[in-house]
Design a protein around this ligand. Structure first.
Ligand SMILES: *[C@@H]1O[C@H](CO)[C@@H](O)[C@H](O)[C@H]1NC(C)=O
Ligand SMILES: *[C@@H]1O[C@H](CO)[C@@H](O)[C@H](O)[C@H]1NC(C)=O
Ligand SMILES: *[C@@H]1O[C@H](CO)[C@@H](O)[C@H](O)[C@H]1NC(C)=O
Length: 504
């Protein structure tokens, strides 16, 4: 059909030119498309090759050492610079093969240490002096005819922020004692021991006061940072609960003594009304100190602001002078150490091609030459998921105190290396760096690394020459918990007679 149509128009003298014009238009459009596609391909190609070039131009380093360090540990850092770090810097052969960086938090905690809830974190302790400070009923019953369901709470866990004395233990008065005695006891959660206990029974009902019956205990001092639980022990819960739900129209409120104690929040998604079955009374101790503290709080804060400013300035100067500090975006407190470790890996990953990465702390002695020579002799382990250190097995998870673990619910941790020093090979380092935004942090950086790496099954190279405690050994790789002066003495020994422990 088309053929015959064109043929019929062949008679026109301009038809041929017109066809040529159409063809050229068509060709131009196709040409343009081809040009655009090629240009796009070229750009993509350029981008990819740029990336390849970028990653290829990262400096190659055989060992990166990260020294986790607190902002104000100026002396500790200088002691390291003057000792084991210097030996690398002064050795032309090693200085471009090994990189040592202090890993420091970008911001300090802006709350005065006395005003923090815990010295390991950066949360403000908000406190005021309550109207009543002696023999305060910590739990009170109130009328409450709300229809939402009622949650019976048979234990109260709390932390002490300022010393108190516990005077009495109590029990909800509407609980019947006809079915048998009910015990109320105070437990020290950190030491895992029962401190004191009372027994309410039909024969000994205690003294009722505002909805609870009370019995005196020998006054027991609970120091700052005490963590404990008050609970009731009874034979048959159904009897107690039935007795109470018949009682009906009230719930409990709990005092925090103006911030003197912190009550552990119960998981209560439905915001149910609560009825505490146990109660207790407390008196605040050292009231003078407390009121002095409350009066001083503002001036302490001002003092701290100045101190923080000075630390920031000194740190800035130190960074400019030595260029060996890596600032990472965390508030520089103990609880953030796992995040610090993650950021360290991520930053090293984007700045170096590192074969091995060693983590240590700023109070440790490290024998870099020995460590380096081991890695040199064993180059094949570079990509073998190597984790080299001294490992802890079946380490009991502490749920209270400094190492309190609130997020890892097992009773023991997976295998982890002691913090004085441990090395991961390039593949593990890459994996950590690439997942740094997804990895959940736990109580400390060493156990966190153990939990993270458990997922990908590292190859453990266990060597007790990475010391976990202060027991010195002449050919050790690392040792922890040294004062700057001790580190210097150790280094002097090593330089003098080859044995860091002693030259006698
Ligand atoms: C009852 O519930 C309301 C709304 O949830 C609340 O504002 C009120 O305080 C409750 N009453 C008592 C006595 O708790
Ligand atoms: C504390 O007392 C309770 C109840 O009497 C008992 O079950 C528990 O084993 C005791 N705990 C310790 C550590 O003695
Ligand atoms: C640093 O961390 C804070 C809080 O985690 C975040 O809001 C901020 O954007 C971070 N800053 C940089 C430069 O990454």
């Amino acid at each position: 059909m088309t053929d015959s149509g064109i043929a019929s128009n062949d008679s026109s003298p301009c038809q041929k030119t017109r066809n040529e014009m159409y063809f050229l238009h068509y060709a131009a459009i196709v040409g343009l498309i081809v040009v655009l596609i090629t240009k796009y391909k070229y750009e993509i190609c350029q981008k990819i090759s740029q990336k390849v070039i970028e990653s290829n131009t990262l400096p190659k380093v055989e060992l990166v050492v990260g020294v986790l360090s607190a902002r104000d540990h100026f002396e500790a850092r200088q002691a390291i610079r003057d000792t084991w770090m210097r030996s690398i810097m002064e050795n032309a052969h090693l200085s471009n093969r090994i990189q040592v960086q202090f890993v420091v938090g970008e911001t300090g905690c802006d709350i005065h240490p006395d005003s923090r809830i815990s010295k390991y974190g950066c949360e403000k302790w908000i406190v005021s002096i309550p109207d009543q400070t002696d023999d305060v009923n910590m739990v009170q019953v109130q009328e409450d005819s709300n229809y939402s369901s009622l949650m019976m709470v048979d234990k109260i866990s709390f932390m002490v922020r300022h010393p108190v004395v516990i005077n009495k233990l109590g029990l909800l008065a509407s609980i019947s004692l006809e079915h048998g005695p009910v015990h109320v006891l105070l437990h020290d959660d950190y030491r895992e021991e029962n401190i004191t206990e009372v027994k309410f029974s039909a024969q000994n009902e205690g003294v009722v006061d505002r909805g609870y019956r009370y019995m005196s205990v020998q006054p027991f001092l609970l120091p700052k940072d005490f963590e404990g639980t008050i609970r009731i022990i009874y034979h048959d819960s159904t009897e107690i609960l039935t007795a109470e739900s018949n009682g009906g129209q009230h719930s409990s409120t709990m005092s925090d003594l103006g911030g003197i104690i912190t009550v552990q929040k119960h998981r209560n998604p439905k915001k149910e009304r609560k009825l505490f079955l146990p109660s207790f009374t407390m008196s605040i101790l050292e009231k003078e100190q407390l009121s002095t503290y409350v009066k001083k709080e503002i001036s302490l804060a001002q003092e701290w602001t100045l101190k923080e400013k000075k630390i920031a300035e000194d740190l800035q100067r130190e960074m400019e002078m030595f260029g060996d500090i890596l600032l990472v975006n965390v508030t520089d407190v103990y609880r953030n150490l796992p995040t610090k470790l993650l950021y360290f890996h991520q930053r090293i990953f984007s700045s170096f091609k590192a074969d091995f990465v060693l983590k240590t702390d700023d109070d440790c002695f490290i024998d870099l030459e020995q460590i380096y020579s081991f890695l040199q002799k064993n180059k094949e382990i570079q990509n073998s998921k190597l984790w080299w250190g001294s490992f802890r097995d079946d380490w009991y998870v502490e749920h209270y105190g400094k190492w309190a673990e609130r997020e890892y619910f097992s009773s023991v941790y997976p295998r982890f290396a002691c913090g004085s020093g441990n090395v991961v090979s390039r593949d593990l380092h890459h994996w950590i760096a690439q997942n740094y935004q997804h990895l959940k942090t736990y109580q400390g950086e060493d156990v966190s690394l153990g939990i993270w790496l458990a997922a990908i099954g590292p190859t453990f190279l266990h060597d007790t020459l990475w010391k976990c405690d202060r027991s010195c050994e002449s050919n050790m790789y690392s040792i922890p918990e040294l004062l700057p002066i001790e580190l210097r003495a150790m280094w002097k020994n090593r330089q003098t007679c080859g044995n860091p422990c002693s030259c006698l």
